[in-house]
Design a protein. Structure first.
Length: 242
């Protein structure tokens, strides 16, 4: 469908790819299925009630959402997601499965977490630093809007998926349900500012408001944004309406 797109990153030479895949397989197979403590993928600070000056924040580490077809291609026929733990948003999980990502520079990002549930389309979400490392020009998008986004190669223990599109940087956003949106006087697609206090205080602009049922009030930033604001401390995070 997108074969005519001329701005595609050239695909990796097949021999190089095969060699890298073999090396990754060897490394994956050497990795004992981990007694090592799992790194926290998302840090959540949860508050009891709505307080515009104390909004829960989740810092999303680079991750992958898979469709069923790609799950089976990467992890073998009949593979299913294997929950590691629940995430803050209802019905979402960090899965035990991880993959490696490779871009045009043939550099690898290993142990990239799969987040469930399965989606209709596979999507890779990177921070800018990750994208630079891989040599991928990942566009800034709202999650799910992947048409014409960057190509990327995903390597799993049983196979490789070469995506023509699907690699993005997620636009900073705040999830809220309709009740919370009404409380703030906001609607889906609005933009707000987010002020983070502390020694590295910073105000993020263009935070997209995403209103949907079955979500909890939570700001989502990527690791670059979280790091610049020392947001792991997670305090004094404030929504400011324009
Ligand atoms: Zn989100």
């Amino acid at each position: 469908m997108n074969n005519t797109n001329v701005s595609r990153t050239p695909s990796i030479d097949q021999d190089i790819l095969n060699r890298i895949v073999r090396e990754v397989f060897e490394r994956i197979n050497l990795t004992v299925p981990s007694k090592e403590p799992e790194k926290k993928e998302t840090e959540n600070v949860v508050y009891d009630s709505i307080n515009p000056k104390r909004i829960p924040v989740g810092v999303s580490v680079r991750h992958v959402h898979l469709c069923k077809e790609h799950l089976e291609k990467l992890f073998g026929p009949g593979a299913e997601l294997d929950h590691l733990r629940e995430l803050y948003q209802p019905g979402t999980h960090a899965e035990k499965q991880t993959v490696a990502l490779i871009g045009p520079k043939t550099r690898l990002l290993e142990k990239v977490r799969i987040l469930g549930p399965l989606r209709d389309r596979t999507q890779v979400e990177l921070a800018k630093t990750d994208a630079i490392f891989l040599g991928i020009d990942a566009p800034l998008r709202i999650s799910g809007d992947i048409k014409g986004s960057a190509p990327i190669t995903i390597i799993g223990p049983k196979g490789v998926v070469e995506l023509d599109e699907g690699c993005i940087r997620a636009m900073r956003h705040v999830h809220m349900n309709p009740k919370e949106a009404a409380y703030f006087g906001l609607k889906n697609g609005d933009k707000v500012k987010l002020r983070v206090g502390g020694p590295n205080a910073v105000t993020f602009e263009n935070m997209v408001v995403r209103v949907s049922d079955n979500v909890r009030l939570e700001v989502h930033l990527d690791t670059d944004e979280g790091n610049v604001a020392d947001i792991g401390c997670g305090k004094d995070v404030e929504i400011i309406k324009d």
